[in-house]
Design a protein around this ligand. Structure first.
Ligand SMILES: O=c1ccn([C@@H]2O[C@H](COP(=O)(O)O)[C@@H](O)[C@H]2O)c(=O)[nH]1
Length: 235
C-alpha cells in the first residue's frame, strides 16, 4: 500500500488536537502544518513532528516583497522541514530571493535545503472567479501552467496545483519538477470549498507526486477508516 504519497494537513487550532491526530494515524509519514496551527501555536508542532520522525510540509504560503520572503525563508530553513510554499504571484525576483535565502539559511543551520514549491492558483478558485474577480484574461489551465513555469524558471523545486491541471504541468515541466496536489476528494467525501477536485487515484494517475488530503480524513467520524479507504482506493 503506498502511504508515502499522502500528506495530511493538521488544520486544527491546538497542539493537543494536532498530536491526537498524529498519534491516531501512525501510518501517516508526511504531515502538513498550515496557517491555522502555526499562527495559533508557533513552531512547537514542528519539534513534535520531528521527534516522531515525520516529514513536514510547512505550508505558510509566503507572499510578499523579495526582501521579506527571503527573510521568512531564511528563518524557516532552520526548522529542517521538507516542503515550504510561496505564491508564484510574488514574482520572479521574490521567488529567486526566497530560493537563495532557503539555501543560505539551511547551510548556516546545517540542515537539508527544503523544497520550495509555488502555489499556482488556489484550488478553491474556479474559472469564473479567475476571469471576473481576479481579472486574469488567460484560461485557467494556461494560467496555472504559466505560474508553474515561472516557478521552474526561478529555480524552485516544484509547484502546488489542482489535480485537474497536474497532467498538463507534468507534461510541460518534466518528471523532476515536484507537483503537489490539494483539492483531492474521494467520491464519498464532501467537496467543501475545493472547486477543482479529482479523486485520489485520478490525481495520482494524472501525475501528482503527493496528494494533500485533509477533511475527508480529519473531519471524518472515523479518521482511521477514512484513511484506510483512501489507501485501498489508490493501491
Ligand atoms: O491551492 C491550495 C493550496 C493549499 N491548500 C491546502 O491544502 C489543504 C486541503 O485540505 P482539505 O481539507 O483536503 O480541503 C488545506 O490545508 C489547504 O490550506 C489547498 O487546499 N489548496
Amino acid at each position: 500500500m503506498n502511504t508515502e504519497k499522502i500528506i495530511v494537513p493538521l488544520d486544527v487550532p491546538t497542539i493537543t488536537e494536532a498530536i491526537a491526530l498524529i498519534d491516531q494515524l501512525p501510518q501517516v509519514s508526511f504531515w502538513k502544518v498550515g496557517l491555522e496551527l502555526f499562527v495559533s501555536t508557533g513552531p512547537e508542532i514542528l519539534t513534535q513532528l520531528k521527534q516522531r520522525k515525520k516529514r513536514i510540509f510547512l505550508d505558510l504560503k509566503f507572499h510578499d516583497i523579495p526582501n521579506t520572503v527571503a527573510g521568512a525563508c531564511r528563518a524557516a530553513s532552520q526548522y529542517g522541514v521538507d516542503l515550504i510554499t510561496i505564491h508564484a504571484t510574488a514574482g520572479k525576483v521574490a521567488l529567486k530571493a526566497a530560493q537563495k535565502a532557503l539555501e543560505d539559511g539551511a547551510k548556516v543551520a546545517d540542515k537539508p535545503v527544503p523544497n520550495l514549491i509555488a502555489i499556482t492558483l488556489l484550488t478553491s478558485l474556479n474559472s469564473r472567479e479567475l476571469a471576473f474577480d481576479l481579472k486574469i484574461p488567460l484560461e485557467l489551465p494556461e494560467y496555472a501552467l504559466q505560474m508553474a513555469l515561472l516557478a521552474q524558471e526561478s529555480g524552485l523545486a516544484g509547484a502546488v496545483c489542482s489535480p485537474q491541471e497536474v497532467e498538463q504541468l507534468r507534461r510541460t515541466c518534466g518528471d523532476d519538477f515536484l507537483l503537489v496536489c490539494p483539492g483531492v476528494r474521494p467520491t464519498w467525501a464532501e467537496k467543501g470549498d475545493q472547486q477543482r477536485s479529482f479523486t485520489p487515484s485520478q490525481a495520482l494517475k494524472a501525475g501528482a507526486d503527493y496528494l494533500v488530503i485533509g477533511r475527508p480524513i480529519t473531519a471524518s467520524e472515523d479518521p482511521v477508516a477514512a484513511l484506510q479507504r483512501i489507501f485501498e482506493e489508490i493501491s
